[in-house]
Design a protein around this ligand. Structure first.
Ligand SMILES: Cc1cc2nc3c(=O)[nH]c(=O)nc-3n(C[C@H](O)[C@H](O)[C@H](O)COP(=O)(O)OP(=O)(O)OC[C@H]3O[C@@H](n4cnc5c(N)ncnc54)[C@H](O)[C@@H]3O)c2cc1C
Length: 470
């Protein structure tokens, strides 16, 4: 057994995956280690929060992970949760965009924001003819000569034109990352788009090549859909990790208030207890890591503070099926900024995934806030529900009384990968490397989704074991 004590601060998916990977890797080498994980809340999971109300399953935070980034699915399989992985309902695989006062189908073949099929695009009423021609021109636009980062808007406008920016890219990144595409770094959020331009000279060619590889490698129905979730809710993942941990002590309801270093680390808890550790892994939001480190190294704190965060909220509303006339023939809708609405988008949860509602009901999950209109997150519950019901009335024609409502506010929960993000993170990593026994991981740095958090936690665990010579 290594007599070194490892402290993990933060019991979200990053902290839990780091502890699990440390144990797994150590075990494979026949070593045993001692980990203590501190979580300030009385529940683990961080942003992952599933609530069950009767036969309704409501995700307050994330509701799925991307299968293209394989680390979440891999971890579920390692944990013996393969049977719990749940696909989306293919028959509803459609997204709508609210444009000029009504919902219009995003043409089939637009992958992320890149068109790959000609006829559905031609028939679509979401774009003008000039806009469609401009998209087709992408095939002939030379790649950019100068390197350096660009905003998502600049990049997509340069390649595919303004209509794709305002009608697809902007609402997509506002809905998924709560980000403003005019400030978002293309290099950090969509590095493969930059690679595609570099490799194929065209995003359309790159996407088509990728699709061809996928089709050739998959005989029959692909095993996973683009979005995957867990049958009994996403919190099954953190809960299963906790059950699997054998060398980790989890302390919930204990907020770390400061970290200091004399020979080893001293971890101060809010209740004034102190705990010693030889290695510290911060799996907290970057501004929180900065706060904890201020007494030890204020220049690292300042650097960590340069990663901005925004707040968002999800509001789930359930209705009796027969009170809703809208066909909800898809996974949901997104609303472009130029439409000036308060809602950013909504998932038609009971269409997207099975096992979320009783048969006679439907569930809609709405998104608000983010860089677009953050102040809405702080409306009180009554005003929030009034506002969101007005939005659903205007967008989907729903005037029925919901039978169940839930509001989840996520204050400063969404890191913003603004232009120059990669360089900012590299500088932080370089400063932290002066402390070879201190590590940071989490959604603020190199990928903000669950799957990327898991991958980065695994890489962090590898670095810790290397430092410990295990
Ligand atoms: C509304 C919403 C929807 C999302 N949707 C998706 C999605 O569909 N798919 C997807 O892949 N990703 C999604 N994400 C992103 C995803 O949730 C995050 O990437 C991921 O959960 C981040 O995990 P984490 O462990 O890095 O951070 P967190 O989940 O923030 O965990 C950090 C933990 O540290 C604890 N902590 C903080 N300070 C202290 C302290 N001083 N002492 C002790 N503990 C402390 C916190 O309480 C928290 O539990 C969404 C995020 C939000 C907010």
């Amino acid at each position: 057994m290594s007599n070194k004590k490892i402290a993990v601060i933060g019991g979200g998916i990053s902290g839990l995956a780091a502890a699990y990977s440390l144990e797994e890797m150590a075990q494979r080498k026949g070593k045993s280690i001692s980990i203590t994980l501190f979580e300030k809340n009385n529940r683990i999971g961080g942003n992952i929060l599933t609530e069950r109300v009767g036969d309704f399953l409501i995700e307050g935070g994330p509701d799925c992970f991307l299968s293209e980034k394989p680390w979440a699915i891999q971890l579920c399989e390692w944990l013996g949760m393969g049977e719990s992985l749940l696909r989306t309902n293919d028959e509803y695989r459609r997204t709508y965009i609210y444009w000029k006062g009504r919902l219009r189908e995003l043409p089939e073949g637009i992958m992320l924001m890149i068109p790959t099929r000609f006829f559905p695009l031609l028939k679509s009423d979401l774009f003008s003819l000039a806009g469609k021609l401009r998209m087709g021109m992408e095939l002939f636009i030379p790649k950019r000569k100068s390197g350096g980062d660009e905003s998502l808007s600049e990049f997509v406008r340069r390649r595919l034109g303004q209509e794709i920016v305002e009608r697809v890219a902007e609402p997509l990144v506002a809905g998924v990352h709560a980000e403003n595409p005019d400030a978002m770094s293309i290099k950090s959020r969509f590095p493969r788009f930059v690679q595609m331009e570099e490799e194929y000279g065209s995003l359309i060619k790159g996407m088509l090549a990728k699709r061809k590889i996928m089709l050739n490698s998959e005989s029959g129905k692909p095993k996973w859909t683009m979005f995957m979730t867990l049958k009994n809710g996403l919190d099954e993942l953190p809960l299963t990790i906790v059950k699997a941990l054998k060398m980790t002590t989890i302390i919930t309801n204990k907020e770390v208030s400061e970290i200091n270093k004399v020979s080893g680390y001293k971890i101060y808890l809010k209740n004034r207890d102190t705990i010693d550790a030889d290695v510290v892994i911060f799996a907290t939001p970057s501004y929180e890591t900065g706060r904890l480190l201020r007494g030890l190294n204020s220049s690292i704190s300042d650097q960590l503070d340069t990663i901005p965060y925004v707040s968002t909220a999800t509001i789930s509303l359930a209705y009796k099926k027969d009170s809703i006339l809208h066909p909800m023939n898809g996974f949901g809708f997104l609303v472009p900024r130029v439409e000036n609405r308060r809602i950013m988008g909504a998932s038609w949860v009971s269409r997207k995934f099975s096992y979320r509602t009783p048969d006679d009901s439907i569930l809609i999950r709405c998104f608000i806030g983010g860089s677009r209109n953050e102040e809405l997150v702080f409306l009180d519950d009554k005003d929030m529900l009034k506002m969101i019901r007005e939005e659903l009335r205007d967008v989907m024609g729903i005037s029925a009384e919901p039978i169940l409502t839930r509001i989840y506010r996520w204050e400063k929960a969404m890191p913003q990968y603004i232009i120059g993000h990669d360089e900012r993170v590299s500088r932080i990593e370089q400063s932290i490397s002066k402390y070879p026994d201190m590590f940071v991981t989490g959604s603020a740095y190199r990928g903000g989704g669950i799957s990327e958090c898991i991958k980065n936690a695994q890489l962090t665990a590898e670095s810790v074991l290397k430092y410990l010579n295990l």
